[in-house]
Design a protein around this ligand. Sequence first.
Ligand SMILES: Nc1ncnc2c1ncn2[C@@H]1O[C@H](COP(=O)(O)OP(=O)(O)O)[C@@H](O)[C@H]1O
Ligand SMILES: [Mg+2]
Length: 597
Amino acid sequence: MNVTQRAEPCATRISGPIITATGMSGAQMYEVVQVGELGLVGEVVRIIGDLATIQVYEDTTMLKPGAKVLCTGAPLSVSLGPGLVGNIYDGIQRPLPGIEAKSGAWIRRGEKVEALDNARRWTFEPLAAKGDTVGPGQVIGQVVETPLVTHRIMVPPDVSGSVLSIVGKGDYTLLDPVAVIGTPEGEREVTMLQRWPVRQPRPIRERLRIADPLITGQRIIDTFFPLGKGGAAAIPGGFGTGKTITQHQLAKWSDAEIIVFIGCGERGNEMTEVLREFPELEDPRSGRPLMERTILIANTSNMPVAAREVSIYTGITLAEYYRDMGLSVAVFADSTSRWAEALRELAARLEEMPAEEGFPASLPTRLAQFYERGGAVTTLAGDRASVSIVGAVSPPGGDFSEPVTQHTRRFIRCFWALDTELANARHYPSIHWLRSYSEYAEDVKGWWEGSCPDWEDLRTEALTLLQREERLQQIVKLVGPDVLPDSQRLILFIAEIFKDGFLAQSAFDENDMYCSPEKQVALLRLILTLYHRGRDLIQEGVPLAKVTGMECVSEVLRAKAALSNKELHKVEELAKRLAEEAGELERQYMKGAACYE
Ligand SMILES: Nc1ncnc2c1ncn2[C@@H]1O[C@H](COP(=O)(O)OP(=O)(O)O)[C@@H](O)[C@H]1O
Ligand SMILES: [Mg+2]
């Protein structure tokens, strides 16, 4: 190396994904750089004098001190435009199918592939006219991106002025100007492609109070621990308790218009399974492939930790972009613990002072930077829209007191606690009804009460019954069930019916996998009716065995799977039969009682 080259930025120390470089006095925090002959992509994460620390998103094997570092002058950004939906990306938005096609292998270092296909033509339909005054985020046209998604072309967040020209309906590439806007700074050409730095939230007009539930079709979630559209939920659980299956169920069934699924595989081949399975899933509402409203971000286990670290910000940025079109978006991250481990590994290499269990002290801030980008908002264009977030957490040994679960709790308002015992008993979803909570129940109450005025009463009564059952079970454990009066044993019985006939829900049963809100209310009311009638009968002296022996009881248990969402009238018929049977029992008993008088 000669002396003149020494002034150029070059690597001096390489430690896995972390590189130290000199000659970097011009660099900025979070600026993207390219390292070595392959041009490995990295990001500046620390600057001291002319020394910069860089985290590299690609494998640094064979890289040597002296490798040149090229500053790009821009922060890590994603490309936004038609073609995102249906795509599968790695953590820095390199399309995995694209990379595969180009290099023949899974992913090759330094591979440069555009995130979006710049050659493809999209049919642009103008929604603004020459002379219109437009501001940031305003819609000037649209493109049918997939049969399920109409993509709105928006004025970039830093542009406002009057439309000087706009193209007519026709086919254009992402790089073709579709409009020219006269701004105070001069003319600006607008294309269908935007860039946005991933670590910076996209602007909105205002945040709104959450009012609508994200309907997931999963009874324990919608009825007992609802997530609001724009809310954030955590789903913590030990290995094998059902985090991934639950998130797949939600991705499939929730009434969000766009799904962003960020996978940080728990097991080595788990992401490969996701990559294979997702494209085969069907959107149950439209019958179309689920990928027509889904974007996948996959961190396979052979990808470097730095790419995993940034992947959740890449995912949330894509989600915000679709939110800005006025859509409801749901983001799933599976699992944030793998992401936190990436953070821990990077922090260790950066020789940062570790805090709890080796995680960096910045863990809570970093979690906040993710969860706080969710929300219900008014977009710059004035539409209501939302980003809902569901993060899986996999605490080692299922112990919720560990740092990732604890810090996550501060930024979410909905906690679906998966329980190992329930999972072992094959009670799925293994969300524990006493250890879970949702602070959104109050927010979404109005929505439910629009069709079911006593929703809150029903929900509260059912949850109270489940709580009373837990206390009674403790007595039973100590002294056996025989000491309990029939009225309390009825509670044990009804709680069992709730667990089997309502809370447990099969992801694989045709009728049961999705339960409409109407059916949820009908089943809830049915079981509570059984409770009320049983309570009355017992008060009148009818023995518990007679109540639990009623013929309709087994039908109540089976209703969730035996009746489809379209057969609500049959739930009503069942309720009628229940009333008749209970009435008959009452008459029999009254007669019998009269005989003895
Ligand atoms: N809702 C469900 N319905 C039926 N089976 C389930 C359900 N959830 C989980 N399971 C079972 O539990 C297993 C482990 O679930 P998984 O989601 O992979 O766990 P985790 O991601 O928490 O490690 C699944 O393979 C499946 O057999
Ligand atoms: Mg999993």
